[in-house]
Design a protein around this ligand. Structure first.
Ligand code: CA
Length: 266
């Protein structure tokens, strides 16, 4: 465990203490930091904070707000609009924000495991809805995401992917996996359904690693990274038909706090 993870743990502890001290104020929900809302399902194995912007952050999606874009292909398309440093994501086929969240406030994004997804860059993700994305040109990088898989609809749970260059997901064997340019790494840990996990994949030009709840789980040697022009980015599903649509791995569950960084953070 390195300094940053220790620091995150310390920050969480301090935040929890401050929150508990402030719980007597009117308007607070009847929870304290580290205790999930009753509609959140089973808890995480440990409490972690919402992800923050750091010096290496390329983009960060909190999934707490939705807006409607006007003019995308002459229609009105909903899209997420709380990104920091990134681009808005086009909501496809009815995925929606949900109060189910690993945190005491905010929302996550819910996927039905059938056809819901978010996308950015492809033909069906025109400029006003977020034509470009930031999971590109990352010879070294980190992808963080919180995920709560509630079940499988005949396929695994794709969390985020760009063409054949990167994918992060949870297999039907309930192991987390990351694929970086064809080099595939599975977690040793078997995840439980209906439970939040903080997944992170890092690569530094020498090693691809996967972290679960801040703890290194598995690693494999590779010099791969993510090139420029990496193609349409999908969240909640994987694959691409080159018309902006994902083709497989429609996730059933919740995803929150997706963060891209241009360095191997952990
Ligand atoms: Ca959120």
């Amino acid at each position: 465990m390195d300094k940053e993870i220790k620091a995150i743990g310390l920050m969480g502890a301090i935040a929890g203490l401050l929150f508990m001290l402030s719980c007597g104020e009117a308007g607070h929900e009847n929870t304290s930091a580290g205790v999930l809302k009753t509609n959140s399902g089973p808890e995480m194995e440990a409490s972690f904070p919402e992800l923050k912007m750091g010096p290496n952050t390329v983009s960060l999606y909190h999934f707490n707000a939705k807006k409607t874009a006007v003019g995308c292909y002459g229609s009105h398309y909903p899209y997420t609009h709380d990104s920091a440093g990134g681009k808005d994501l086009y909501i496809k086929n009815g995925g929606k924000l949900s109060a189910t969240s690993p945190f005491a406030s905010g929302a996550s994004f819910k996927f039905d495991g059938i056809n819901d997804s978010l996308c950015s860059y492809g033909d069906r993700c025109p400029a006003w809805c977020g034509r470009f994305h930031s999971l590109s040109n990352l010879p070294q990088g980190t992808v963080d995401a919180y995920v709560n898989v509630t079940g499988f609809s005949g396929s695994d749970c794709g969390i985020i992917g760009v063409s054949s260059f990167f994918s992060l997901g949870v297999g039907t064997d309930r192991k987390a996996y990351v694929d970086l340019g064809g080099v595939n790494l599975k977690s040793n840990k078997i995840l439980k359904l209906k439970k939040w996990y903080w997944l992170a994949a890092t690569w530094d030009g020498g090693t691809l690693k996967i972290y679960i709840n801040g703890v290194l789980d598995n690693q494999i040697a590779t010099s791969n990274g993510i090139p420029t022009n990496s193609g349409t980015m999908h969240i909640g599903a994987l694959g691409d038909d080159f018309s902006g649509n994902p083709t497989d791995s429609f996730c059933r569950g919740y995803i929150d706090e997706i963060r891209f960084s241009n360095a191997a953070l952990y």
